[in-house]
Design a protein around this ligand. Sequence first.
Ligand SMILES: [Zn+2]
Ligand SMILES: [Zn+2]
Length: 398
Amino acid sequence: MKLNKILVAAVAVVALTSACFAQTMSHGKNFYNPKPINRFPNTKSGRLVLVGDFHTHTEWGHGGLSVEDRIADAYNWGMDILAITEHGNIQGAVANTPADSKWLPKDAKHYTPMINDDGIVMPRQPMDLHKIAIPLAKKYGIIYFPGVETGIAGKEHIVAFNIPKDYKSDAYDHWLAEDPGQGEAVYYRDRFKELCSDGGFMIYVHPHYGYAREHVQWGVDNNYIRGVEVHNGSTSGQENEEWGATNGEVGWRWYGSFDYALKHNIGIYANTDAHGDKGPTFTLVLAKERTHESVMEACNELRTVGYFDNMLWGRERDVDDIISACVDVEKIKLDSNLTMVRIGNKSPMEMSVSVLDRDIVIPPYNNVLVRNETGRKNVTVTFKNVWTSEKTRLIKRY
Ligand SMILES: [Zn+2]
Ligand SMILES: [Zn+2]
């Protein structure tokens, strides 16, 4: 009898899992629309500019897309790298006990407690969103990272990816305790250590809770938190003022995050946090090769750049490496009095520049001729949409 119940439950789980494969989800109006090309040429130092998103959700958490559609959407956006980072626990919001359910988002679709007649909790079921995601991503040529989103209850959120293969989160991963011995929740320092053992990489996401508290600083100082989102596609913008975005020189942004990354020597990330269709927010990864190992090497060397709203936010070393390969300047002498300057843009961005006392926009993959009326021999270009800190832009001399 007991065994029968267990079998029935197991069969139900398998049926539910296969149903997910067959399910046709309803998509937002942009799901199948052609997406802009986001290919940057290899950098001057010979690195590939891989296009990544390290923070996304699916219906296994409280997102609206199935795992299959999340990966298809990433493919349609031309992504090289994707991480699915569900709240709850690494496998997705799958609860093993009724008590677990209180940690789950109310609309989590995969809440499937398995309890036998004696009220004993079954071992974790073979439901793991990454088991669906890994082979699919491989099929579509996407470098995939199992990830998880956790953090301090009601406060700072953390995304971890490249988490150890044998990492088994317990049922209370959803939120962590600020202090040791706070009920059932795991002490955040213990979880940070665990997530980062064996190559796990953590970033502070939508940093609406600021930088003043010891929790993030402890994570950064001890090399657990290795990056911060300077842009989050779901929570930046005026409509999300309550999430801490403030209005400034380039609109509603997470001001403070970029300079925090530079000051504390951590990576710069721009992720969608997409729950439904993805949007045009990318982390560019300057990797030597298109492999998991190379991506992690680049993350560890902090060679990541935020690309969103037609801007690059990154360390001067990295944006200079990208722009040097994207933009070329040629001086064409027509006669002794007239020199023209051709500026070529091999990037998918509209390049907004100040050059020869003019403000010019060079469309993606295009060239512009500018008459040099200044008499200057050297051409200085200020890249108005390429930021090297919150106050400085990339300037190059040709
Ligand atoms: Zn979050
Ligand atoms: Zn999220």
